[in-house]
Design a protein around this ligand. Sequence first.
Ligand SMILES: C[S@@+](CC[C@H](N)C(=O)[O-])C[C@H]1O[C@@H](n2cnc3c(N)ncnc32)[C@H](O)[C@@H]1O
Length: 285
Amino acid sequence: MHGQPVEPWFEANRAWWDERVPIHLASDFYGVDQFRAGRSTLEPFEVAELGDMSERSLVHLQCHFGLDTLSCARLGARVTGLDFSAPAIEAARQLAVATGLEARFEVGNVYDAPDVLRERYDIVYTGKGALAWLPDLAAWADVVVGLLRPRGTVYLAEFHPFTDVFADQDLTVRYGYFGQPEPMVDETPGTYADPSAATTHNRTGEWAHPIGEVLTELAVRGLRVRFVHEVPFTLFPRWPFLERGPDGVYRLPPGMPDLPLLYSVRATLDAADEEDGPTRADPPR
Ligand SMILES: C[S@@+](CC[C@H](N)C(=O)[O-])C[C@H]1O[C@@H](n2cnc3c(N)ncnc32)[C@H](O)[C@@H]1O
């Protein structure tokens, strides 16, 4: 399927993430001290759309150092987090101990998750900068189905791929929308959480995944899509002219036409009509 082997890209990407773990742990962006003091890192719309998770088992794919995973534990879920960065998982385990939250954290590539975890879950949760690191969404959807219990749910909140067609400083259309087998290569030093951080592992490969591809890969495996919400705000300053509101999210300034900056999907395996949990709630605005 792919023009070049993906293993070297996994290695490069993992080195990029490993190096950024201590930078992110110390950053205002992640706010680890506030998290330790009890703050949830889940967005209010995620909590509403995930629905009641008390006593439900949840696996968080690409969990980084586990802040969102542990925020789910605070809402009563029995949580597992998986990430291919060993320093991230080590930090996640330490945060679980420090906050007294029960959690299982394992090192592994997403594509190996069913073999590494050997469990099935009520909820697969992922997103907020996860899918772009994955070369093959068909194989990812196989993993999701392989991790779900009967009637289990996948919930995904992801940056809208439409935002990636534009330049970084303005809305000049610079890139194609549709995914390519070859990765998009970036060599920018620093990180979104601290652009001025000194870093040496700067080369990454990422892949674009249009929403149609995501939904189709879930649907063809029998997952019933409960909603797809396209949302006019995002969680980081994608362009310098976005304005941060009192709710902490970033929007286009008043007077500019709205664009979709984020999207969320909830889909359920073998869902019956009476399946509980959020279905077609109003999209967040
Ligand atoms: C932006 S983070 C995930 C979002 C999370 N909500 C956060 O910001 O803390 C992306 C994560 O994906 C992980 N990752 C990237 N490619 C992966 C892969 N193939 N298998 C497992 N983890 C991967 C990275 O190590 C990183 O922790």
